[in-house]
Design a protein around this ligand. Structure first.
Ligand SMILES: Nc1ncnc2c1ncn2[C@@H]1O[C@H](COP(=O)(O)OP(=O)(O)O)[C@@H](O)[C@H]1O
Ligand SMILES: [Mg+2]
Length: 300
């Protein structure tokens, strides 16, 4: 059982009250994957032989090129798909379809893990932002005044007070992302799974999101972020797990060391090599995909 303490003023003196788990928890690993494989219907392999652990209050990046299995891994960690072979346990219990078919188990698991989809639209279903934020706390059985308090807290934390009576579908991409994050955070999960969170956001929203992730981490949350945006990795993670295009883990280590390993990043298709001609000399260097810049290439 977790003891919850209240953290005030996480971003500014007027900011929301957010409940966070007490770090005195004696669990040593939150998630434990043992030789997990997963194949979609039709036998399409998406995860191969995945063994990894996630510890409380870690911030971890899941890196890899498109199609290597990052989203599938997050879906598995959110109990939306189940290992075809191998074991996934969370908070000390094996997470299987049978386990989550039990309402009590499912309730406990879902309140502890929040998943922010890559595509916020797929996550939003209510007719107003207020209802969207109310859904989780109502499922928890909180009283109307507690639900309202949570909505207020979230709206302040995410600066979306003026959006509360708007329809989520009419919001901008960045606003939808905030509402989707709010609808996950509002039940105060311990673990947050972010899938390509900066994708499709303008630079200011991207910056805001990276800072939010850092703030949530310093408030005690465990943060797992799938991304192929290497520019955000140093801030959103301390540890990086790198997927290869064979859907297995190609490397794991301190984010700084992983980012410095250009051979690895080239091999897993996270960066590419450009050859340039400077006069008569050909020179090649590595590029991050997401930080594309202009080149002039001599044709001669
Ligand atoms: N719903 C699905 N049905 C069948 N195959 C899928 C489905 N979703 C993903 N895949 C396949 O599984 C592999 C891993 O995909 P995904 O987890 O989405 O990778 P990533 O998030 O790293 O881009 C890819 O080969 C992809 O084509
Ligand atoms: Mg993906």
């Amino acid at each position: 059982m977790h003891v919850y303490r209240k953290i005030h003023s996480m971003t500014s003196p007027s900011t929301a009250t957010v409940l966070i788990p007490d770090k005195s928890s004696n669990i040593t690993s939150l998630f434990d994957l043992n030789e997990v494989a997963y194949s979609y219907a039709g036998g399409h392999s998406a995860l191969r032989n995945i063994t990894l652990r996630i510890h409380p209050a870690e911030k971890v990046a899941i890196l890899g090129a498109n199609g290597c299995g990052k989203s599938t891994l997050l879906r598995l960690m959110d109990g939306l798909v189940f290992a075809s072979s191998g074991r996934f346990s969370a908070f000390g219990s094996d997470i299987t379809a049978d386990y989550l078919n039990n309402e009590q188990n499912s309730f406990q698991f879902r309140r502890r893990v929040g998943y922010i989809f890559q595509n916020s639209e797929a996550q939003l279903f209510s007719s107003t932002v207020r209802e969207e934020l109310a859904f989780g706390p109502m499922m928890l059985g909180l009283s109307r005044s507690e639900v309202d308090q949570r909505i207020d807290d979230m709206a302040k934390l995410l600066h979306i007070e003026r959006l509360l009576d708007r329809a989520p579908f009419h919001l901008s991409g960045g606003e939808k992302k905030k509402v989707a994050i709010g609808s996950s955070l509002v039940v105060n999960p311990e673990v947050l799974l972010f899938d390509e969170p900066t994708n499709g956001l303008d630079p200011r929203s991207q910056r805001w999101l990276v800072e939010l992730i850092m703030m949530l981490h310093s408030a005690g949350k465990t943060i797992i972020t799938a991304t192929h945006d290497l520019s955000i990795v140093p801030e959103i993670s301390d540890r990086a797990i790198v997927f290869g295009e064979d859907h297995g883990i190609a490397a794991e280590g301190h984010s700084r060391d992983i980012l410095a390993n250009l051979d690895l990043l080239l091999r897993v298709n996270l960066i590419h090599e450009h050859a340039h001609r400077h006069g008569s000399q050909v020179h090649s260097h590595a590029h991050y995909h997401d930080n594309a810049h202009e080149h002039t290439h001599d044709q001669g």
